[in-house]
Design a binder for this molecule. Structure first.
Ligand SMILES: [Zn+2]
Length: 783
């Protein structure tokens, strides 16, 4: 892949040439409908051709293709600024790069000149969640206005701001969802669900990839926009549920993540509040701040660790592009506000009524314009704040160690490569020690990886490498836990099974150890375990229903990266029976028994997408196992499999109240029976991912073999847990023989968003019923 400013002057991207003579086409003339018209949407093919037309006809606009999407579509970024700024864009880019790294600024005089001449760089990203359809349409309206209007407000923005606009963060999904909607328009299925993930691998989880960078779309955005420009402001446009506020802006609710610079937290609060004020001043009702969303996880907030303020906006949804009516009595609240009551953070409640695509696009457009206006009016503040945040990082925070060190010679080289890849892709400078050294009394070899913690993006390294101690937040004193918006842990060394140490005193000093350039970004190093190579692997099927869970997609991604051969098993094939003829192993990722066996109800979708495994499919699974096959079931799917085969286990944490037991996404210690083939090649202690859909098993049949248990005492290693005693010592993974086959029930998530590499060996071992050097343990007694 190639990116404009990464590659220097040898431009291998396409910048469409500027032709001043033509007039800038309006969306209406180009699409034959107004952007934001009810039930009318342009798809990705149409949108990208419009953006090329804008770049051809407006000297304010360039369009670059940053790479190809997962399915091969162009992943596009517009750069929009005044004609004068476009003419000196390289110079303005160089200023931005200097401000992003205070080590490159020679003194007060140069700094003052950079602050005088630099422009505020704003990145707006649209449509990461494809069914939140407004964003991709809003992008076209916004781009047209900025490309063509001579309104003084627009000129002020163009003169002071360089806007990088990614009109869809998931072009494949934008194309699919719009085409699906148009296909069923004016039928009983209008605005119905699309029966596959709108990102080929990860669906809605595509905005949980902002530190692991596994997907192409994330990589293009991080390398081609974030790292190429280090924007001061990033605005990510989303939609939320339709019964409460009409639009959310920050401040976010607690907790903040403690490595985010306070100057960024306050910048976010200021800008979000400004946007709310602008929209409210315009008479828009239903604007809420300081509610619903927290900003804790870096999985959603790359820019918080790269000098940028992240402004999430969430506009109320309709039914895709079809207008809905919300009766006043159905207007409901959310965390941090009551939608029926005026309050300081929600002063002008929305009282219900009609809401559709025209409203969504109006609100999103107004939000983006307010954000750009603030960036333009406060250009110098944004540049100074950015510089100071970066300067504090370069000086190192008192709370941070001097350095992190990762020994080069580790048991899990694939995990080490993954961690180093993440850090380097996030612009963290990682060095190989040029000589042996001592740190805090321990000796390290030459070649040890060293991350000095006095560098611009040290906060990213710190948050990704340290252990999280998530605060015990309650709805009210003594009340139930306050649910985090996402999860509570992201400690890479635990997830990836890698050794990393925070060190304070290095001898000789850092400078003597880390001279020279940082290491290049390593690639993934994923090796297929022995016995699973093409030709010798068991015949594997990954179950894929019309309601495929995202965990199924993440599993396909990991298997594809490893080159593991597998089929996807659809309901129709399963119902035919004779599964043993084609398969040795069938995998069911986290999916509820009802979803697996029943799927979509008749009438919800056209006939080919209705129904699940049904009775025929379940009987076929029974025959498959009795005939020597293996079923591997994960989390919620274990309920169906345990039931179907009458395995003597029950979910030990099923009926517990959150006040008593709560693990909203944490890393726990699990202890393994290393004699069992499922744990081949693994250590006795492993870090595993546990969250709301995870299970712990009570064993009611002595013939069920327990191969892994949650550790005794408090098993949490990073994150948050309430009621560890309910998990302690319980079975986490079990295996049972059925007929001449077997079932494996995995209670935790062995492939958490393609990051829990520590437990991938278990997942792969489970794919190989005949694997392992040692003879299989026969039935009899749990460990
Ligand atoms: Zn969203």
């Amino acid at each position: 892949m190639s990116y404009r400013f990464l590659m220097g002057p040898a431009l291998s991207f396409v910048t469409v040439s500027l032709l001043a003579a033509q007039s800038v086409p309006t969306p209406r003339s180009y699409f034959s409908f107004e952007i934001g018209a009810e039930r009318q949407m342009a798809n990705w093919t149409e949108l990208t051709s419009y953006y090329e037309k804008l770049a051809e006809t407006s000297q304010r606009v360039t369009v670059d293709t940053l790479g190809a999407t997962t399915m091969g579509r162009p992943f596009v970024m517009l750069t929009i600024t005044s004609e004068e700024n476009q003419a000196r864009i390289e110079e303005l880019h160089a200023i931005q790069m200097k401000l992003s790294d205070p080590r490159q600024v020679s003194g007060e005089e140069e700094l003052s000149r950079l602050l005088d001449t630099g422009r505020a760089v704003v990145l707006i990203t649209h449509a990461i969640h494809s069914t939140e359809v407004g964003g991709a349409q809003t992008a076209a309206r916004l781009a047209h206005r900025l490309a063509s209007s001579d309104d003084p407000k627009v000129r002020e923005i163009l003169d002071n701001v360089i806007l990088l606009d990614i009109p869809s963060l998931n072009p494949d999904g934008t194309e699919w969802v719009v085409d699906w909607y148009n296909q069923w328009l004016d039928t009983e299925y209008e605005a119905g669900p699309m029966p596959w993930l709108y990102h080929y691998y990860v669906g809605h989880d595509n905005n949980r990839d902002w530190y692991a960078f596994t997907q192409k779309e994330t990589q293009h955005t991080v390398l081609g926009a974030h790292n190429a420009w280090h924007p001061q402001i990033v605005h990510d446009i989303h939609q939320m549920g339709g019964n409460g506020a009409r639009i959310f802006f920050p401040p976010y609710i607690d907790p903040i993540e403690h490595n985010v610079d306070p100057g960024l937290v306050t910048a976010v609060n200021m800008l979000g509040t400004y946007m709310a004020a602008e929209l409210t001043a315009q008479g828009k009702d239903g604007v809420v701040v300081d509610a619903i969303y927290d900003g804790f996880t870096p999985a959603r907030a790359y820019q918080h660790y790269h000098g940028g303020a992240r402004i999430l906006s969430e506009t109320a949804s309709a039914r895709i592009a079809t207008t809905t009516t919300v009766p006043p009595e159905r207007v409901g609240g959310g965390r941090g506000y009551d939608a029926a009551v005026a309050s300081a953070n929600y002063p002008n409640p929305w009282r219900g009524g009609e809401w559709g695509l025209p409203d969504i696009v109006d609100y999103q457009d107004a939000g983006a314009m307010a954000l750009l206006t603030n960036a333009a009016k406060n250009r110098r503040y944004w540049l100074e704040n950015f510089y100071w945040v970066n300067e504090r990082a370069v000086n190192g925070w008192d709370e941070w160690p001097s350095a992190w060190v990762l020994p080069a010679d580790q048991e899990n080289p694939g995990g080490l490569a993954y961690v180093l890849r993440i850090l380097r892709m996030a612009d963290v400078e990682v060095h190989e020690a040029s000589r042996a050294f001592q740190a805090d009394g321990n000796g390290y070899a030459a070649g040890t990886y060293v991350i000095p913690m006095n560098q611009p993006y040290a906060s990213f390294a710190q948050t990704m490498l340290e252990v999280q101690h998530y605060p015990d937040l309650r709805e009210y004193p003594g009340g139930p836990p306050r649910r985090p918006y996402d999860v509570t842990a992201h400690t890479l060394p635990l997830l990836m099974n890698v050794e990393a140490m925070a060190v304070e005193h290095l001898q000789p000093g850092l400078d003597a150890i880390v001279g020279g350039d940082p290491i290049p970004t390593p690639d993934f190093e994923f090796d297929l375990p022995s016995g699973l190579e093409e030709g010798e692997a068991p015949r594997i099927a990954v179950y894929k229903s019309w309601q495929e869970p995202m965990e199924g997609g993440w599993t396909r991604w990991v298997f594809d990266q490893h080159g593991l051969q597998y089929d996807t098993l659809k309901d129709a094939r399963a119902r035919e029976g004779s599964l043993r003829r084609d398969y040795d192993v069938i995998v069911f990722q986290d999916q509820s028994p009802t979803s697996i066996s029943e799927g979509y109800a008749a009438g919800a979708l056209p006939d080919p997408y209705v129904g699940g495994l049904s009775e025929d499919g379940l009987r076929a699974l029974e025959a498959f196992v009795k005939d020597g096959g293996r079923i591997v079931a994960i989390e919620a799917a274990t309920d169906l499999v345990a039931d179907l085969f009458d395995i003597g286990v029950s979910n030990a944490v099923e009926r517990l109240e959150s006040l008593d037991f709560y693990v909203p996404g944490s890393i726990l210690e699990v202890r393994l029976d290393t004699e069992h083939p499922l744990n081949e090649g693994m250590d006795e202690s492993v870090s595993a991912w546990y969250w709301g859909s995870s299970r712990a098993f009570n064993i009611e049949d002595p013939d069920v073999r327990v191969t892994a248990r949650y550790s005794e005492g408090n098993p949490v290693r990073s994150g948050w847990i309430l009621g560890p005693e309910y998990l302690a010592g319980k079975a986490a993974v079990v295996e049972a023989s059925v007929g001449s086959g077997s079932v494996v029930l995995i209670g935790f998530q062995p492939n958490y968003r393609a990051q829990s590499m520590a437990t991938w060996p278990l997942l792969f071992n489970a794919m190989n019923p005949s694997g392992g050097e040692r003879p299989r343990t026969e039935a009899g007694g749990g460990s």
